[in-house]
Ligand binder design. Structure first.
Ligand SMILES: Cc1cc2nc3c(=O)[nH]c(=O)nc-3n(C[C@H](O)[C@H](O)[C@H](O)COP(=O)(O)OP(=O)(O)OC[C@H]3O[C@@H](n4cnc5c(N)ncnc54)[C@H](O)[C@@H]3O)c2cc1C
Length: 100
């Protein structure tokens, strides 16, 4: 099984995840995405919260809503990348040789 690791589930990471999930053979590729936050915050909407037009709930969505099913999701802060050994580390996970 080939492994694809996407670091960061913001605009770019989430777009890549959805595009690659659609085109890569699921029997051949396992995709993992890593982000420090479980929620996406719609920051332009923050402006409206002090005026009681939006609430916090209006600007907060689980990032999982934007992920296709069948991908591995790791919510952790990345604190180190070792590109020579193709691994990334955080306080709670260490994934090695993810890029094949
Ligand atoms: C208030 C606001 C309004 C905007 N309006 C517009 C607009 O109208 N039109 C437009 O085109 N652009 C707009 N932008 C800009 C747009 O949001 C960014 O250009 C775009 O999100 C950048 O995408 P990205 O994937 O590079 O980064 P991001 O979307 O910021 O994604 C980075 C991701 O990486 C994660 N991450 C970062 N460091 C770590 C770490 N150490 N460990 C784990 N995870 C980590 C973060 O949690 C985040 O989810 C706006 C931005 C803001 C803040």
């Amino acid at each position: 099984m080939k492994k694809l690791l996407i670091l960061g589930a913001g605009t770019a990471g989430t777009m890549m995840l959805n595009k690659l999930h659609n085109i890569l053979d699921k029997n051949e590729w396992q995709i993992t995405i890593v982000d420090q936050h479980e929620n996406h915050y719609y920051q332009p909407g923050f402006l409206f919260i002090p005026f009681n037009i939006y609430t916090c709930k209006d600007v907060t969505k689980p990032k999982r809503d934007f992920y296709p099913t069948g991908v591995n999701v790791i919510n952790t802060e990345i604190d180190r990348l070792n590109l020579r050994r193709t691994e990334f580390c955080s306080r709670i996970v260490r994934l090695s040789a993810m890029i094949t």
